[in-house]
Design a binder for this molecule. Structure first.
Ligand code: NAD
Length: 245
């Protein structure tokens, strides 16, 4: 069994913990959850033998602990991927992972199709567009962060991320899956059916593809928390199971 830890006991961290404890990552055993209230730090997880750490806390925590974890040979599955918009941190993470044998493995979060994006990026003319379908303001529940997004934005991935850095992690991880920030754009559109969704539109000189993840909840704007959290668990399976894809 591969010893695994989680950073963060909030909404995503709790779903991930429950899933691992329910046996949804059969090759992995949970050694602990780093949480300020329990007084357990991310490096305590390494002391407990963690070889893989899923981060589900906040970008500042990923920024602080990514390199120290990689220096200890740990593989990190980050969810606060907005921190990776910092290209210096990305480069340092690549270099540290190479030297110490760990890896940074990005889960797909609320988007799908990272495998296809990575294939498309091997062909000239690669362009990935991350489309966020934001229901009209009148249908949005109060307090939903998507309310703040413009209705018809078009820009580069980094320009889009800058609109709401604490909510648009998905833009960063998807841009990395597309082969780099320069290959990716971000757009917002109003969905015809009023349901929030993310689409990844891929194009290169050989082919085109569209992968859409649509919220099934009747109330528009409800975040796709289950899909996002379990993307970390399926990533854990992909890097630990003997038969993978
Ligand atoms: N990658 C994606 O597609 C995606 C999608 C949604 C959310 N996120 C990100 O995932 C992260 C977690 O989201 P959430 O909804 O579970 O947030 P949350 O606020 O419900 O939980 C975050 C938890 O992290 C804990 N925390 C803060 N500092 C800590 C520290 N130093 N050590 C340990 N724990 C610490 C907090 O106490 C809290 O329990 C956020 O950064 C969020 O932006 C990513």
């Amino acid at each position: 069994m591969i010893k695994t830890g989680i950073i963060g006991a909030g909404r995503l961290g709790t779903i991930i913990k429950d899933a691992i404890e329910a046996g949804l990552a059969p090759e992995c055993e949970l050694v602990g959850v780093a949480s300020r209230s329990l007084g357990i730090t991310p490096l305590d997880l390494v002391e407990r033998g963690a070889k893989i750490v899923i981060e589900a806390s906040k970008p500042e925590v990923l920024r602080e602990y990514l390199i120290p974890l990689l220096e200890r040979g740990v593989t990190v599955i980050p969810l606060s991927t907005g921190a990776l918009a910092d290209e210096d941190l990305l480069e340092k993470a690549r270099d540290t992972a190479r030297r110490h044998g760990g890896r940074v493995v990005l889960p797909h979060g609320a988007e799908g199709g990272f495998d296809l994006a990575a294939t498309f990026a091997l062909v000239p003319g690669m362009k990935g567009t991350i489309v966020q379908y934001v229901p009209e303001r009148s249908t949005m529940p109060d307090g939903n962060p998507m309310k703040a997004l413009p209705e018809a934005f078009k820009g580069t991935a980094l320009e889009g991320f800058a609109l709401s850095p604490s909510h648009l992690n998905v833009v960063i991880e998807t841009a990395i899956a597309c082969g780099g920030f320069e290959n990716a754009r971000y757009e917002t559109r109003i969905p015809a059916d009023g349901r929030s969704a993310f689409s990844l539109e891929l194009e290169n000189d050989a082919a085109e593809a569209v992968i859409t993840v649509k919220n099934k909840a009747p109330k528009a704007g409800v975040p796709m928390m289950t899909t996002i959290a379990l993307s970390a668990v399926s990533t854990l399976n992909r890097i630990t199971q003997p038969l993978t894809f």
